[in-house]
Ligand binder design. Structure first.
Ligand SMILES: Nc1ncnc2c1ncn2[C@@H]1O[C@H](COP(=O)(O)OP(=O)(O)O)[C@@H](O)[C@H]1O
Ligand SMILES: [Mg+2]
Length: 377
């Protein structure tokens, strides 16, 4: 996937779904007769007549675990993640959540905060990839009135807002290099300086950062500072992709069916075994977010109580990693150029780093279709 230009779409702080917004549904036939069923029994050898019983077992397992901050999953992989989250929650240590997009990093960050002593205050969220780089500093650190043209009022930054609470720095791998330096200072000194004010303000903030990027690779591309990486990499938690924990898929499917049957007023009794197995074979490049969207779409069009959840045909091509040399070249050039903030020429410019003459690089960029994204300032 090519690293695209930074999105400049607001809202800056992404709205997060709060966990625990699902209320169990009770079916008239959802009584105790199936309660003894093995919860791990989806792939059991029981006959087709028992399909509905299996579905009910799964549904019951999901419902029993529903509640604030509940993260669905029985796989060893997710259980290990939850154990790590539980261990670190009690501390003030910095947490680094790593994993593909849609794997549940934000949900886990929320759970860590909710299990910490800071839970009485709301966790402050910021998506570092969604804010134009010209505004990110004042978003994070605040600014005094008149700090720059157009700064008409004083603005409190997210770090100050998160005092005595947790700040969730999402997509930290996309933080612009000059902001990385400032963030490093905050982490080292636990003090912030508002733009336009030389006075440092102390803040007591617990940091949880997340990224879908490979930070070590970003460091070799000069797009991420190594010193910042070491500061953040105190307690890394790797959240595994959904295709590596397919045993969680039936539970998640039922979790989302219950969520959407409630909001759409539709009732679902069973999902066929073939359908569920097909869902487990699909690689889910968008992970749990993609699965949730697929279930939502299926529930919108569902008629009857035994709907089939369609399997996405193919991962969208942009999500499949190309092995073509030209694509790999384009991706690499783009990363390096972005890492140099689009400075082609001069010492430490992109051309020098790539070992090319600037004109050669420019010609190649045109050929590869690499254009500097429109700037908003
Ligand atoms: N284990 C899980 N159980 C239930 N829902 C989940 C789980 N993991 C992720 N989700 C849901 O999937 C979606 C994507 O999760 P999110 O935390 O935003 O992923 P990421 O931050 O890694 O991109 C959200 O709707 C989230 O509530
Ligand atoms: Mg996310």
């Amino acid at each position: 996937m090519f690293a695209s230009g930074r999105s400049v779409i607001s809202p800056f702080a992404h709205s997060a779904e709060r966990p625990g917004d699902v209320v169990p549904i009770h079916h008239p036939n959802d009584d105790d007769q199936h309660a003894a069923g093995p919860l791990g029994g989806y792939r059991s050898t029981r006959g087709h007549d028992d399909l509905q019983a299996e579905n009910l077992d799964l549904r019951r397992e999901v419902q029993e675990r529903l509640g604030p901050g509940v993260i669905v999953g029985r796989s060893a992989a997710i259980q290990r993640v939850l154990e790590q989250a539980r261990q670190v929650a009690a501390t003030d240590s910095t947490v680094l959540l790593l994993g593909e997009t849609g794997t549940g990093k934000e949900l886990i960050a929320t759970q860590i905060h909710e299990q910490s002593s800071r839970r009485r205050r709301v966790m402050v969220r910021i998506n570092c990839a969604a804010i134009p780089s010209t505004l990110i500093e004042s978003e994070l650190f605040g600014r005094e009135k008149g700090a720059f043209t157009g700064a008409l009022a004083r603005q409190i930054g997210r770090f100050e807002l998160a005092d005595h609470s947790t700040i969730f720095l999402d997509e930290i791998g996309d933080l612009p290099p000059d902001t990385q330096v400032k963030l490093l200072r905050v982490l080292e000194e636990r003090q912030i300086e508002r733009l336009g004010s030389p006075k440092a303000v102390g803040v007591d903030v617990r940091i949880i950062a997340a990224t879908h990027r490979n930070l070590e690779q970003r460091i070799t591309e000069d797009a991420f500072r190594q010193d910042l990486y070491y500061r953040l990499n105190v307690f890394p938690i790797e959240v595994p992709p959904l295709r590596d924990r397919t045993e969680d898929i039936p539970l998640l499917v039922w979790r989302f069916i219950d969520e959407f049957s409630r909001s759409f007023g539709k009732r679902v009794d069973a999902i066929s075994r073939d359908n569920m197995e097909a869902l487990q074979r699909y690689p889910w490049p968008g992970n749990i977010r993609e699965l949730r969207n697929v279930v939502e779409r299926a529930m919108i069009v569902a008629v009857g109580n035994n709907p089939t959840i369609p399997i996405p045909a193919q991962p969208p091509s942009s999500l499949r990693r190309s092995v073509k040399l030209v694509d790999v070249e384009k991706e690499h050039v783009l990363r390096v150029v972005e890492g140099c903030r689009w400075r082609i020429r001069g010492v430490d410019g992109a051309a020098e780093r790539l070992g090319l003459r600037p004109t050669t690089l420019e010609t190649r960029m045109t050929k590869l279709g690499i254009k500097r994204p429109g700037r908003d300032d």
